[in-house]
Design a protein around this ligand. Structure first.
Ligand code: FPP
Length: 249
């Protein structure tokens, strides 16, 4: 595909990916145990899922739990698991009704049985929706995902005779947890940290980044709007040069 073909129209629906950082600090600043920041983080998720479609976002991908987050204290890990379950149990009917398709990105093996079941239920009940696409990265790591894609391709090479030259960007992308999704246009990381932390390593090759200082539990639709306004000012070149440079040379 020519580089120009990849450029979305200015008013195209957007894929926004968010690293929801700062729940622990939000709680600590109030003298609370870290894990009490996470339920407030879920409230922010609800606000953003509700507001995003009206702001021109069609795909929203949230980084909720990484393959490295298992190293957190057991009580905090249990709280994040409980919240995912609680969110799906309480909000799934509404998501189904509002045309939201839910997809969980991440390794399924290693998830506790009740979480694997809830993930399966969220995906199957929303499988026919197409108004808005909500991806939740859970037990997700960008490197683990790339390793899993490589393993799947090697397995195809052995079983179906896939050849090295058959492996293109598109073929590789199709094996990722995000297979078939457009790449994120915009990545937002809250709380002022300036890292990707193993999130969507392949998919963010040409994403724009915005780092608002706000902690995730305090994130509102107004913060989303201002990140999107900032995004609209960026010039995306996808490795090429701008039209005016092409014209003058
Ligand atoms: C980052 O803050 C937040 C997380 C690692 C967890 C986010 C998960 C949820 C909000 C619950 C998951 C539920 C659903 C519905 C997807 P941090 O703890 O790293 O904050 P800190 O950087 O201040 O320590």
């Amino acid at each position: 595909m020519a580089a120009d073909d990849q450029q979305p129209a200015p008013d195209a629906p957007l894929h926004v990916a968010i690293v929801m950082d700062g729940n622990g600090r939000w709680a600590k600043r109030r003298g609370l145990p870290r894990q009490l920041g996470h339920p407030k983080g879920v409230e922010a998720i609800r606000r953003v899922v509700e507001a995003a479609p009206d702001q021109g976002v069609r795909w929203l991908t949230l980084y909720a739990f990484s393959t490295e987050n298992w190293r957190r204290p057991a009580g905090e890990v249990a709280e994040v698991m409980r919240l995912l379950k609680h969110y799906v149990n309480s909000d799934l009917d509404k998501l189904v009704k509002e045309g939201v398709r839910v997809r969980i990105l991440g390794r399924r093996d290693g998830l506790p049985d009740d979480i694997a079941e809830i993930v399966e239920r969220a995906e199957s009940r929303t499988a026919h929706n197409d108004r808005f696409f909500l991806q939740v990265a859970f037990n997700y790591g960008g490197r683990a995902d790339i390793v899993d894609a490589a393993r799947a391709l090697v397995a195809k090479a052995l079983s179906e005779g896939l050849k090295p030259e058959d492996i293109t960007d598109e073929v590789f992308q199709a094996q990722l947890a995000t297979g078939g999704l457009p790449d994120p246009d915009l990545v937002i990381r809250t709380s002022g940290e300036l890292r990707l932390s193993n999130f969507l390593l392949w998919e963010t090759a040409y994403s724009e980044f915005v780092f608002p200082a706000v902690l995730w539990p305090d994130f509102t639709p107004a913060h989303l709007k201002s990140a999107l306004d900032e995004f609209q000012k960026r010039e995306r070149r996808y490795g090429t040069v701008t039209d005016d440079v092409l014209v003058t040379n």
